[in-house]
Design a protein around this ligand. Structure first.
Ligand SMILES: C[S@@+](CC[C@H](N)C(=O)[O-])C[C@H]1O[C@@H](n2cnc3c(N)ncnc32)[C@H](O)[C@@H]1O
Length: 230
């Protein structure tokens, strides 16, 4: 297996869950997270990584696009080509995935950083970052209902993620995840948020997971919302 390429058995498996719709506890959890400011100790390595990236952000003075959970950073490349005026930052905690080599080098307006997203988002919000766009492409679904709080929409960091602003786009192959994400957004005042099916243009896959899911005939879903329009 090539380093960083999703394992076939994981990538093409349809998500199965003991949930048949949005988790019934989600509204209560979202509400609780709105009432409390989320704080946690920040890992030193993430702080150091963030500081390095923040210095580049200050130097470049470009609009910022985050590719959160970028995996092998194929999407970071695609996004950087699509938005050449922006600085595209791919963040992932997996050294193996980030280490995957492609034939072309990263475009000049892109970089990747190994960091935990929870700490990275907290630091970005603390530093007052306002994003132009934010992509969360095929996050780990954590489909067991007991793992609800591991999904971004039910995580205590969700209000911080919203604070970063910009046009937020989530993509997933699990309809319930997309529906829950949209519901959490609506509960935060983004009334237009909705999950929709989408079809990637043939040959124009932004991520390796997207390619495998689509090739396996799975439906793909996305939720796009402008966080600056609350
Ligand atoms: C299912 S993969 C999708 C990767 C990529 N977006 C794609 O579509 O090919 C989810 C990615 O999120 C990363 N990830 C999950 N939780 C994370 C966290 N807390 N901090 C940083 N990366 C995280 C994982 O390392 C993994 O690369």
């Amino acid at each position: 297996m090539t380093a960083g390429v999703p394992k076939d058995k994981d990538a093409v498996r349809v998500v199965t869950s003991n949930q048949t719709g949005p988790h019934e506890n989600l509204p209560g959890i979202v509400w609780r997270h709105q009432q409390h400011v989320f704080r946690k100790p920040i890992a030193e390595h993430t702080r150091a990584a963030f500081d390095q990236v923040a210095a580049i952000v200050v130097e470049r003075q470009q609009p910022i696009i985050l590719d959160s959970g970028c995996g092998t950073a194929l999407s970071t490349r695609c996004i950087a080509h699509q938005y050449p005026a922006a600085l595209v930052i791919g963040v992932d905690r997996s050294e193996v995935r980030l280490g995957k080599r492609y034939e072309d080098r990263l475009p000049d307006n892109a970089l990747t950083v190994r960091a935990d997203l929870i700490d990275f988002w907290l630091l970005a919000a603390e530093a007052g970052w306002r994003l132009q766009r934010h992509f969360i492409l095929y996050p780990n679904p954590y489909p067991k209902s007991v793992h609800l709080k591991r999904r971004w929409q039910a995580h205590a960091v969700f209000p911080t993620l919203l604070k970063l602003g910009g046009q937020l786009e989530l993509r997933t192959n699990w309809q319930i995840y997309a529906g829950e994400f949209a519901l959490a957004l609506r509960l935060n005042g983004y009334e237009e948020a909705a999950a929709e099916r989408f079809l990637p243009d043939d040959g124009d896959y932004w991520t390796l997971f997207e390619k495998k899911y689509h090739a396996a005939g799975q439906a793909l879903y996305r939720c796009i919302v402008d966080l600056d329009m609350a």
